[in-house]
Design a protein around this ligand. Sequence first.
Ligand code: ADP
Length: 649
Amino acid sequence: MNSNPEEALRESEERYRTLVDSIDQGFCVVELIFDERERPVDYRFLQVSPSFEKHTGLRDAQGKTMRELVPQLEQWWFETYGDIALTGAAKRFQNRAEHLNRWFDVYAFRIGEASRRQVAILFNDITDRKLSDDKLRESEERFRNLADNIPQLAWIADAGTDGEVHWFNKTWLDYTGATIEDMKGSGWRAVHHPDHADRVIQKFGRHVQEGMDWEDTFPLRGKDGQYRWFLSRMKVIRDEGGKVVRIFGTNTDVTEERQTAEQLRRLTAELSDLDRRKNEFLATLAHELRNPLAPIRNGLQILRLAGDNAAAAEQARTMMERQLEQMARLIDDLMDVSRINQGKIELKRERVELAKVVEGAVETSRPLIEENGHELTVTLPPGPVFVDGDPTRLTQVLLNLLNNAAKYTARGGRIDLRAELTSPERERPAEVVVSVRDAGIGIPVDKLPTIFEMFSQVEGALARSQGGLGIGLCLVKRLVEMHGGQIEAHSAGPGTGSEFVVRLPIVVEQAQARNIGDDDTRSPRADLRILVVDDNRDTASSSAMLLKMMGNDVRTAHDGEAAVRVAEEFRPQVVLCDIGLPKMNGYEACRHIRRQPWGKNMILVAVTGWGQDDDKRKAEEAGFDRHLVKPVDPQALMTLLAGLNVAKA
Ligand code: ADP
């Protein structure tokens, strides 16, 4: 310590100066300048530290006033320092000086008495820190905004724990209906499905501890108590040194994708099953269609060689008819299924007596039943029962069931057909329940659910299927359903017999006698001029021969142009015209004939390979009166001719 006061002052000043010179903060002493109304309007820099310029960007401030240096500095600064100068209350604050474009952290205090109006200011330029704080806040805000608005559930877990989550996004909270407090720490485990929780949480914990990314799929409970499936992914975030700082996770709802995938898997399985069945079906079809050809070919040969042997010829003919019949039935079934599938079968509904349907079916299947030595019993309810349906189709249904019973029952078996009435219940009208039960080979229980599907055949039964294609039952079911009915198959398994039960709604109001007038009892026409047009010469000539044998005058033509020509000179009353013809097709030929004066009253019958409604419509539009499906059944042709109202010429 120096005893000389002057020396001491000098030393103290020197220490002060050294301090001011050496501090890194900005420092200055200012003297406030007030106006006449005692309002602080400026201040003069009495002293500035060397670092002053670095913090403010102001040069040579000493001796100058602030207004000289920065004329537009906010009034706020003058008032703040004026206040300190007058009151002596020191202040610490952070503020922005707009015109310096800087942020300052300031500590200011008065020096000496109020009358000196001097304030010392210690300050730091904190602009950079402020900016990075703002940036951080902004980025944090942006992150939250984004995280809260993504469709995924998102969460953040702390590093170094076994997965304590401290933040969940809004989507998570909305989905679970929980608060952040409920979910925090390990609270989130509560929304995991009990069947999956252990597995998922164990694996998650292991990955967190080892600092590895993680992925898993599991159900999470929503606020409605329902579980949905989520694909959860966790990303481990590390600092530059590789230390795990944070764990970020998202859960994406994959419920629909899973359902779609499951559906796709099922569909693919179904498709490949269908494909397999279709392939089998095609093989069977080819086989079954070829089967009758060999005996027919043999029959033809026999006819050629039979000469006078009438018995042999007759036998061959009967056999050929039978084979043809079988082939036609197969093709009919196929066409029916295809038409039903396209919604093109129309029922010709009328009030039908059930007994007639049963009778028709039993009569037709009798040869097969007898051939197999089966015994058939039929039990019907007393009194007539009427159904609103298509008699042909209903007969087809029962015939199919009876034929199956006959086919799939060992020789000498029993078949029961039984019909019973049910009494009407509420919301369920009275029904008739027809059951066809056999004591045959039965059906494996696991095959019952699919037995009505197209091409469905039980393997062991194939040997007995006798040319079946596995479409009969499919057709039966569709026909029954078209009548508003239902069909079920019952069997206790192989060797236990089968029962097929058909339910049909009945017409309840009292029965009326059947309209017998509909019966067709007219005899065939035998005196017509008929033109047969077909590019297949065999078809044309055999049809012509048949019609001639019935006593008609017949000509043939093999293309459309010839058809028109022959029609003009021969003036037939009836033209049976194929559609697919060379030179001019059947429709065009028909239009041509219709336009001629002589063609107006001819009966034009289209003969086509396809009996679809569309074909019928086209034929009608072209001017055809009738439509027959190939191969034309002679009986149908006779009936058609008999019913024609032919212009006599
Ligand atoms: P198809 O008899 O031409 O094969 P269906 O559609 O009529 O075709 O029958 C499908 C399959 O259902 C048959 O192949 C057979 O395996 C089984 N099935 C049908 N009816 C019976 C029955 N009464 N008893 C045992 N199996 C039957």
